[in-house]
Write a protein that binds this ligand. Structure first.
Ligand SMILES: Cc1ncc(COP(=O)(O)OP(=O)(O)O)c(N)n1
Ligand SMILES: Cc1ncsc1CCOP(=O)(O)O
Ligand SMILES: [Mg+2]
Length: 429
């Protein structure tokens, strides 16, 4: 059974690296589908993908880029297929291109050009990525061999738990989007690249991976504190001073966030911060540096959208370390979940001088909107609000459904830090 990945519909951070990783993992085919994308953005993405994988890529739009990269697979979405005369299809085929298309009604198989190598058909299940995009068939569907003018690849809502049904329905393969980009489980392409053997299927079922995005995110087991302190350095105070004050005040989750210093100096600070946190039985999180988090045996690591991708960092720090990921938009949150983040630092809430190059400010409205979206989609991952947060903001912020808050300046500048932490602990429970 062929297994095909469909790209995320938007351009996402580190996309070329993620695509290269999927291919390295054994993916045999990727369809690049970016509805309405501009040619320059697509060109940039393809240029960043390892050329060794170009033969495995199919383009859904801007076919004119194919020649430049030696890409030989072209996809004709339904509309484009209907606009393209048969003789053109045959020309492409004769020029050595492998062509594919999409149909949404199984009767369209009749009369489909033989120039196509395969067609997508779906949605076969309710879509994971598009809400309200309902399936075109029922569980008892069976695709008769005689009906197959060309190979038929099932698409729509396919995930580990229903993949076996694709075989039973007699499709020739499965194309996946949501299960790859929106699911917390890292879809192990290598496991299923050649089709699922009965033993593999049994293994998957035994591992109880019959979960989709909702329950996947709910299955988070690592305990995340609700008050995070972010270290800072000022003219009067070093990072270690700020950490010492937060610990004395009762903080149990400390993030060492050092900017613009050589990695060796950060490593030294991290060793000292670890010893300090250990003496207060507090957890140390290292910002930005996976190797340092590993070297000092930190409890966790925090990575932003421009830092090392979480799956890559996971290989360095191991499966047990807690990893947090930054998000500013809903798509960032989905991406972080798909990468296996254990919690999300969502912000900034308001302007702050503690961080430069802030993402767009969310304000209370932003949190209300994003938390509402998460709740609608039954996604449950600890969300930590961050950025210019004052103790007085916490009661209202908590009504949005966030798990906790991260603070730096407000805590250090507080008159009575111990009292502030005690009050915050009460507000956050
Ligand atoms: C809890 C938490 N949330 C967000 C961030 C920001 O991380 P990042 O986007 O990588 O920015 P820098 O902190 O590295 O400047 C964070 N550190 N912690
Ligand atoms: C690290 C970070 N990421 C977004 S805002 C911010 C700084 C948080 O510090 P403060 O609480 O002083 O605004
Ligand atoms: Mg960072």
């Amino acid at each position: 059974m062929e297994l095909i990945a469909i790209s995320h519909p938007e351009f996402i951070p580190n996309e070329a690296e993620r695509i290269n990783a999927l291919f390295r993992d054994g993916l045999l085919r990727l369809h690049i589908r970016k509805p309405g994308c501009n040619v320059a953005d697509l060109n940039r993405l393809i240029g960043d993908i390892n050329p060794d994988f170009y033969s495995k890529i199919a383009l859904h739009s801007h076919h004119e880029l194919a020649a430049q990269y030696g890409i030989t697979r072209l996809h004709f979405p339904e509309k484009l297929r209907k606009e393209t005369p048969e003789f053109m299809m045959e020309k492409f085929e004769n020029a050595g291109f492998k062509l594919s298309t999409s149909i949404h009604d199984i009767d369209e198989l009749d009369g489909l050009s033989k120039a196509f190598d395969y067609t997508f058909f779906g949605p076969v299940f309710d879509s994971i990525s598009k809400t309200g995009y309902q399936r075109a068939i029922t569980d008892d569907f069976y695709l008769e061999e005689e009906k197959k003018a060309v190979k038929v690849i099932a698409i729509g809502g396919i995930k580990r738990s229903n993949l076996h049904m694709i075989k039973t329905m007699n499709f020739d393969g499965a194309a996946m989007l949501g299960a790859i980009w929106y699911s917390e489980f890292h879809f192990s392409i290598s496991l299923i690249a050649g089709g699922l053997s009965p033993r593999q299927l049994k293994k998957l079922k035994n591992e109880n991976l019959d979960q989709d995005l909702d329950s996947a995110a709910n299955s988070n087991t690592k305990k995340i504190e609700r008050l995070h302190f972010i270290s800072n350095q000022t003219l009067e105070m070093s990072h270690l001073d700020s950490i010492g004050l937060a610990l004395q005040a009762g903080c149990k989750w400390i993030q060492l966030r050092v900017k613009d210093q050589p990695e060796n100096d950060v490593l030294e600070l991290a060793h000292a911060a670890k010893a300090l946190c250990d003496s207060y039985a507090a957890k140390l999180i290292i910002n930005d540096f996976p190797n340092i988090a590993k070297a000092v045996d930190a409890y966790g690591l925090h990575l932003g959208l421009n830092d090392m991708p979480i799956p890559e960092a996971r290989k360095i720090v191991g499966k047990n370390m807690t990893i947090g990921g930054t998000a500013n938009k809903f798509e960032d949150i989905l991406l972080r979940i798909s990468e296996g983040a254990d919690y999300i630092g969502l912000g900034p809430f308001r302007f702050t001088r503690t961080k430069q190059n802030l993402s767009p400010i969310l304000g209370l409205e932003g949190y209300l909107d994003l938390m509402q979206k998460l709740s609608e989609q039954k996604i449950n991952i600890p969300i930590i609000a961050i950025g210019g947060i004052l103790p007085g903001d916490v009661p209202t912020l908590m009504t949005t459904g966030i798990h906790g808050v991260a603070m730096s300046s407000a805590l250090i500048q507080s008159q009575d830090r111990k009292e502030t932490v005690q009050k915050l602990d009460k507000l956050l429970c």
